[in-house]
Design a protein around this ligand. Structure first.
Ligand code: SF4
Length: 464
């Protein structure tokens, strides 16, 4: 669960071949990737060389039954957890998407967002394609189905060469598992091994749960094929593009216990807190994280500033997505049901609140009020990301530009809106200098800079 005022997670993908319990392993892999999408989940596996799909809205633990998994007996499977970044949240849009075409049965699980999906879809509809979903991922399958290439891998390359944007995909056919990462490398795609099997997953935490061994990340523009004989081939069939890995994966989306784009996520988040303390230190009695998103940065901030760390806001871990609101109004009810201040800690104290992002400002405003109401004398808000001024077109569900408070308000105006004594964000330079191993040039930072490596076509259907 996240608080209300956050960028939304995107999707998670998983694939494995050959393994005698492929569907079970995929179920567990999706379980570990649940944070990347909670709206729907699905698995495609094979039985007697025929692919079959089980998918539904809901969490991984709710979607699949023991009986369904027992019926998925093939040695290969792919899976997907979805947050709807493009297309509505209907079960048709859940993935994997499975089709039958001239190349046989093909299923895809896709993480990312195609910026020219609408344009491609219109072109395909004009020549007779009929779409079953409004997901951008289905465009990829239609382009494959239409390809005249006799070889499936070539058809996939031809299809993916026509789309622009972010795609980390796993494809399954009757006899192959194929993983592909787009040439910019926006979204992660990890490769590992489990006994004889090759395993792909959006994040390394999926390997940890299975006791699989992490081997490496797929490179941007790489295609990796595992065939029925267990043979593995890697190629780079796409035109090279500038690498643009999503820096927000490090800041917020990825699970902290993982390794991605050459960095340990938890370590990077703590380093952001260290940098934030150097850039915008302030005298205070406590450093308090906004749970859970601000915890790692607050640890780093407290260490660097030598101000004591305290869990001053306690999260209720059992809040569902909806609850019955009281008829009588309760002040700050929406936030209070998720967070509660540790009163004695705040009384008469100067507090530094640390969070990893401030999107609309609405939740920060409620938290600051709550902390003041608990008796805090001063409230200083520190954000371990730079101001988010622009929406994302590459697979993260962001508010429209005018809903992003930093797109139209100065830091001081936002400070006044949220009611803090001071408000500071980490600088873009500070965010990049905190990377220990990777090249800052290899990252997308467009939601902080507006510098989009792929422009978004006007008819794309996303409001800016
Ligand atoms: Fe990530 Fe922001 Fe780039 Fe989107 S715009 S890919 S959220 S860095």
């Amino acid at each position: 669960m996240t608080l209300l005022d956050k960028f939304k997670d995107e999707c998670g993908v998983f694939g494995i071949k050959p393994h005698p319990e492929a569907a079970n392993m995929t179920y567990l892999g999706l379980y570990a990737l649940q944070h990347r999408g909670q709206e729907a989940a699905g698995i495609v596996s094979s039985k007697e060389n025929k692919l079959a799909c089980v998918k539904a809205r809901g969490l991984v633990s709710d979607v699949f039954t023991r009986e369904q998994l027992d019926r998925m007996v093939g040695d290969a499977a792919i899976g997907h957890v979805r947050y709807s970044t493009a297309g509505s949240n209907s079960v048709e849009n859940a993935q994997p998407i499975l089709i039958n075409c001239q190349h046989g049965q093909i299923a895809v699980a896709h993480n990312g967002n195609l910026v020219n999906a609408m344009q491609k879809r219109r072109e395909l509809e004009k020549i007779g394609s009929i779409f079953n979903t409004d997901s951008d991922s289905e465009v990829i399958l239609h382009l494959i189905a239409k390809s005249r290439k006799s070889n499936l891998e070539e058809a996939i390359v031809e299809a993916l060469s026509q789309v622009e944007g972010a795609f980390s995909c796993v494809f399954q056919t009757a006899d192959k598992l194929i993983a592909v990462r787009d040439p910019h490398g926006f979204r992660p795609l990890m490769m590992g091994t489990l006994d004889e099997a090759t395993v792909f997953a959006s994040e390394t935490c999926a390997f940890d749960l299975l006791d699989a061994t992490f081997v490496r990340e797929l490179e941007p523009g790489e295609m990796f094929v595992v065939n029925n004989l267990g043979m593995r081939t890697s190629s780079k069939p796409f035109e090279a593009r500038p690498m643009r890995q999503c820096i927000f994966e490090h800041i917020y989306f990825a699970r902290p216990d993982g390794f991605m784009f050459g960095e340990y996520t938890q370590q990077y988040r703590e380093d952001l807190g260290v940098m934030l303390a150097r850039e915008s230190g302030v005298d205070a009695d406590f450093v308090v994280p906004v749970p859970d998103s601000g915890v790692s940065a607050a640890v780093g901030y407290a260490r660097e500033s030598e101000i004591p760390f305290a869990f001053g806001l306690i999260r209720n871990h059992y809040v569902g997505r909806t609850f019955i609101e009281p008829k009588q109004s309760i002040r700050h009810f929406g936030v209070k049901i998720k967070l509660n201040p540790v009163r004695h800690l705040f009384e008469g104290k100067r507090v530094i609140l640390v969070d990893d992002s401030l999107v609309r400002g609405t939740t920060s405003r409620k938290i600051v009020k709550m902390v003041r109401h608990a008796g805090a004398k001063e409230v200083h808000m520190r954000i371990s990301a730079p101001p988010t001024t622009h929406p994302c077109y590459y697979g993260i569900d962001t508010p429209t530009r005018r809903e992003l408070i930093a797109s139209s308000h100065s830091t001081d105006e936002i400070r006044r809106y949220i009611g803090a004594d001071t408000l500071e964000y980490i600088s873009i330079d500070g965010m990049l200098q905190s990377l220990r191993n990777s090249d800052p040039e290899h990252y997308c930072k467009a939601c902080f800079t507006g510098d989009y490596v792929i422009p978004f076509p006007a008819e794309g259907g996303i409001e800016v």
